[in-house]
Design a protein around this ligand. Sequence first.
Ligand SMILES: *Cc1c(COP(=O)(O)O)cnc(C)c1O
Length: 378
Amino acid sequence: MDDTKQIGFNKPYLTGKEITYIQDAVTQRKLSGNGKYTQACHEFFRNQCTFKNCLLTTSCTDALEMAALLLNIQLGDEVIMPSFTFVSTANAFVLRGAKIVFVDSRQDHPGMDESLIESLITPKTKAIVVVHYAGVACDMDTIMEIATRHNLYVIEDAAQAIDSFYKGKPLGSIGHLAAFSFHETKNIISGEGGMLVINEEQFAKRAEIIWEKGTNRSAFWRGEVDKYGWVDQGSSFLPSEIIAAFLLAQLENLKRIQDRRLEIWKNYDHSLRPVAGEHGFSVPHIPDYATNNAHMYYLICDSGTHRNKLIEKLRDKGINAVFHYQSLHSSPYYTQKHDGRKLPHSDRYSECLVRLPFYFELTETQIEYIVNSILLPK
Ligand SMILES: *Cc1c(COP(=O)(O)O)cnc(C)c1O
């Protein structure tokens, strides 16, 4: 069979153990949240990723909403974040009445330009949300230093950043709170799914209450209180054991999945980096302080027209390459609310960035076919 006929952008990878674990969860008839599979996932993150406190959630979106609740974000508070990100990064805080102050991306990387943050801080600023785009770290030392000096919280949107590091520290362990995604487009998946990481002891207890609909049920199950009830605001943020069972199967294969993804990334990079300039595009820049977790391989074309033509050319070859975020500051929902500052790099990534097919089962033959198609004249 010709495996280059149709190449999708993403194909969720299954390790083989997912059904076994789900079957076990079903057989044991423990299906709601916070059972043995949820605990096993938490244990994995504690031991393998050094996240002392973490809670699985039904999505990264939910984890970000939990973060906004934990920080008591109120009407009129300001939250600084990049414009080149997914809507959930902003929505979580907009739901609490916050005003979003968007920062431009770096010239050399879609992550936020840390040198622009300080000038945007006002007495109303409560938090900075960083987004580790493509799993590549923002300059966290600089950002944490600014936050400390101005008494602000830092939330890491680490949706794409599993198994990636900043100066040796796992992403998700540096800010006060962090949110991960296990959506089927990420490296490790559970269909829909996510996780909140709590790096500040002061938030640990309340996070668990918010997670469990504003009740102290988790403390009750541990025998710390003799009845449970409504003690705070909250919602239903915890996933069922079926989701956690699926996720555990993936986590147990983290290294194998990551090794293969890194091979794919290097394969693309080996062929495309040396010829990028002459073909009118650039390839990802990984700063010295960051690692690459092979979440994505993208090209930045020298114009929007070139990018759109490239997507079309690849589509004609049966290859589904895709653009990414539309700048949130000029989105239909926020453009009137934005303060009018131009964010040229964010707009440039919106117009010129294209993501190449990237998934575990992508073969060497397919990668070669994609690379050749990209380099084909016209
Ligand atoms: C995928 C993603 C999200 C949303 O994750 P869900 O689990 O689908 O809610 C948020 N932020 C970024 C940067 C993402 O890539």
